[in-house]
Structures are given as structure tokens and as C-alpha cells.
Design a protein around this ligand. Structure first.
Ligand SMILES: [Zn+2]
Length: 212
């Protein structure tokens, strides 16, 4: 788990590589569904892209069921973007009970709201290859091209300041109880989100390798 803009997705990808894990990423799955020309696709698109809102639990539940069915339970899985609300905590508790498994580590990468807002507002993507870019570092004008492939750049619709503010408020309300839950259970490992990608990765790796 992570605050908005904490680099949670980047860390997840690094961990997938490092430990040969399977990647269950709800945000990515939902974004894919949003592109589909179906009733559910249009609904998710409106919620996520147009309004910057969270998708109802009934849909997320189906997404998780399907994603989990596609996983090999004998191989490790990184859960990226779930649990993000208390229903998902209960969902995973039930699910893991059935298959006699559990979360080995629960990480939360924490960032202040100001830093979240600053970071997300400066995120850009390149159109052709989805390269992640940072405004003010990788590119300096909206007319700049992707330094890696020369493609045009854009800001994800849900990364506009208004939508980010909305998501930050939601996060506090929805993700807050999840964090509290794991904190009270003594299972939460909090990681300071300030630092380079490599520094944060090494810190997480330290926890994982330390108990091996
Ligand atoms: Zn590119």
C-alpha cells in the first residue's frame, strides 16, 4: 500500500523482478476494463477517469476473484493497490483462510499530502510506450517529447490537481481504516516515501531478506 504518488507501483515492479513474483495490480486491471466497450467498462471509465472516484466494491470484488483465479497459488504474489478499503481486508482474510495462506509482509509507503499532490501533479506519460516521466525533471514543457522514444507526452486524466485532491480526501477516509487495522494487528511495516526509488527499494528488501 502507499500514499498517492509514493512510488508504490514502481516498487512493486522492482519486487516482482527481484523475487520472481506474480503481480496482482488492481489499478492496472481497472484501467484496462475502463477501455473496454462494455457496460461495466463504461461505468468504470466514468468513475475512474471522468470523476476520479473509487470503483464500487461489487466490481472490485469480481476483479479480485478473477485476478486471483489467474494466479499460481504456489508462487509468490505481490498485491499492489489492494487492500485499499476495509471490505478488501475482510475479503483477503477469507480468501487466505480458504487456501491456508497469508500476507507475509504488509508495507505502507507514506507520504505527506503536500508531497503527494506535488508529485502526482508532475507525473506525465508518453503516448506510444507509456514511459513514466516527471515534469520539471524529464520534461520541462507540455510540448516536450519523451526523451526515451520521442513520443508525445500527456497527463493522465485522473492526475489533474482537482482529482488528486479528491483522491487524497478519499484515501484518508477509505484507506485510513485499512492502515489502522494492520497497525493495530502489529503487522504494518511503514516506509518513509521520501527518498530515491533505490533507497526505498533497499529498505523494503531489507525487511524481506532479513527474515529469510
Ligand atoms: Zn516514451
Amino acid at each position: 500500500m502507499g500514499s498517492q504518488g509514493s512510488g508504490k507501483g514502481t516498487q512493486a515492479k522492482l519486487l516482482v523482478k527481484e523475487y520472481d513474483l506474480q503481480h496482482l495490480e488492481t489499478g492496472g486491471i481497472l484501467r484496462k476494463i475502463a477501455q473496454e466497450d462494455t457496460k461495466v467498462g463504461k461505468m468504470v471509465d466514468t468513475l475512474v477517469n471522468k470523476n476520479g472516484e473509487f470503483v464500487p466494491w461489487s466490481i472490485v470484488r469480481e476483479v479480485l476473484d478473477e485476478a486471483m483465479d489467474a494466479m499460481d497459488p504456489k508462487r509468490g504474489i505481490i498485491f499492489d493497490g489492494t487492500p485499499r478499503r476495509i471490505e478488501e481486508v475482510h475479503y483477503w482474510e477469507e480468501k487466505f483462510h480458504e487456501i491456508h495462506s497469508k500476507f507475509d509482509f504488509i508495507f505502507f509507503i507514506r507520504l505527506s499530502e503536500e508531497e503527494s499532490l506535488r508529485r502526482i501533479s508532475s507525473r506525465r506519460l508518453c503516448k506510444d510506450n507509456g514511459h513514466s516521466l516527471i515534469f520539471g525533471k524529464d520534461v520541462h514543457s507540455e510540448e516536450d517529447k519523451c526523451p526515451t522514444c520521442g513520443s508525445v507526452i500527456y497527463r493522465r486524466e485522473d492526475d489533474s490537481p482537482e482529482k488528486v485532491m479528491k483522491r487524497l480526501a478519499w484515501s484518508k477516509e477509505i484507506l485510513g481504516p485499512v492502515i489502522e487495522h494492520y497497525k493495530n494487528a502489529g503487522a504494518l511495516i511503514e516506509i518513509d516515501g521520501i527518498g530515491t526509488v533505490e533507497e526505498i527499494f533497499q529498505e523494503i528488501k531489507g525487511y524481506i531478506d532479513g527474515v529469510k
